[in-house]
Design a binder for this molecule. Structure first.
Ligand code: ADP
Ligand code: MG
Length: 238
């Protein structure tokens, strides 16, 4: 039986105002569905609108036109306050540049969203340790970001993204700054979250090999979806 849709976009248009009288239309009517527990990738050339689309999916930005239902919530109709609650509870973000706080160590970085959510110190530390162990960073939790490699920083960022146990992970080129072997490890972590915890994952990637490992590949060109197909699975490592 097919799982229920968790992300449903219909005819999404995004225009950016770039000074009178110009408006730049970046997304030209995007319709797509992601089902609960699905692992989807979005591919396309630089400038094709992938991050703009991801920001709309993650409710970091609103579309100019179109409809968006996220886990049965009508995002277009909802007020900003309730949207930030939904975002914090349901979505974990992972970015190419990690977006860790430079001045503070790994465990404090992971604790940060829980601190803002008002969780007590003991519960916070316990959860952060558990998450850092999960991503294989338990022995580096007191290191500053600058003392960690790119792959290690990304693993800390993934631990942080998981702290509210979000149903959905949105990753915008998470392996873009990593060498292929390190990128491979990060990708394996996404597979693990997908397979063992049933996370819904939307991954933007420039790597055709990594995209192929996901269940569905959506190709974007100049702000339109030009293709959608199944991935062929993980490469055989024989
Ligand atoms: P991708 O992630 O696929 O590289 P983006 O979604 O970042 O593409 O950008 C798509 C296009 O939209 C680019 O041409 C970019 O310059 C433009 N763009 C993105 N954000 C803005 C903005 N805030 N204002 C104006 N143009 C923007
Ligand atoms: Mg981008």
């Amino acid at each position: 039986m097919e799982k229920r849709p968790i992300i449903e976009l219909n005819d999404i248009i995004k225009r950016f105002y770039v000074g009178q009288p110009n408006e730049l239309q970046i997304l030209n009517g995007i319709s797509m569905t992601v089902r609960e527990g699905e692992f989807v990738s979005i591919v396309g050339a630089s400038g094709s609108g992938k991050s703009t689309l991801m920001n709309i999916i993650g409710i970091l930005d609103r579309p100019t036109e179109g409809s968006y239902v996220l886990d049965d919530v009508n995002v277009i109709a909802a007020k900003d306050e309730s949207l930030s609650k939904i975002r914090n509870r349901k979505i974990g973000f992972v970015f190419q540049t990690y977006n860790l706080i430079a001045r503070t160590n790994a465990i404090k970085n992971v604790e940060m969203p829980m601190l803002y959510a008002g969780m007590g110190r003991k519960a916070r530390v316990e959860r952060a340790r558990e998450l850092l162990d999960m991503v294989g960073m338990g022995d580096r939790m007191h290191h500053l970001p600058e003392e960690l490699s790119g792959g290690q920083k990304q693993r800390v960022a993934i631990a942080r993204a998981m702290c509210n146990d979000p149903a959905i992970i949105l990753a915008d080129e998470p392996t873009g700054a990593l060498d292929s072997q390190t990128g491979r490890m990060v990708m394996d972590l996404f597979h693990q979250l997908h397979e063992e915890q049933g996370k819904t994952i939307v991954l933007i990637t420039h790597s055709p090999e990594l995209a192929e490992e996901t269940e569905k590949i959506i190709t974007l060109k100049d702000g339109s979806i030009i293709g959608e197909r199944k991935g062929s699975g993980r490469a055989c490592l024989s």
